[in-house]
Design a protein around this ligand. Sequence first.
Ligand SMILES: [Zn+2]
Length: 146
Amino acid sequence: MQVIDKVEGKVPRLPDLFSWTDEGVRIRSAKCHDCDTYFFPEYHAQHRPDCPRENVEKVLLANKGKLATFTIQHYMCPPPFKTTGDITPYGLGLVEFPEGISVAGLIMETDLDSLKIGQEVETFDYVLYKDEDGNDVVTWAFRAVK
Ligand SMILES: [Zn+2]
């Protein structure tokens, strides 16, 4: 797997939360080899109090996971969440990755009525809005695997 440092015309809304790769968008996590725990974000400080935290490695989660639970929102997220226009209704889901960690995110580009717990979803970069330089400002989101 090859990490792609920069995608022309796209910028992440917040740094260090996901990476583009030649195998799709991957959420950035960290694995502590001392206590076998994954973290998100990768720099997240919460940890087991008695763990020495000496062997923490940055990792990229699989591109696909299973939808553990979801809800459908009919109102916009409050600021600082920002999009071009109204995206309601949209899905908000918790996705369980093969590594054993679950990460929440928007569910977009998917028929919301077809969503089922346990279905496979993939991580992709969802365009929130354009910045003053004309770049697409993106975040990670999930969509049904076709
Ligand atoms: Zn640990």
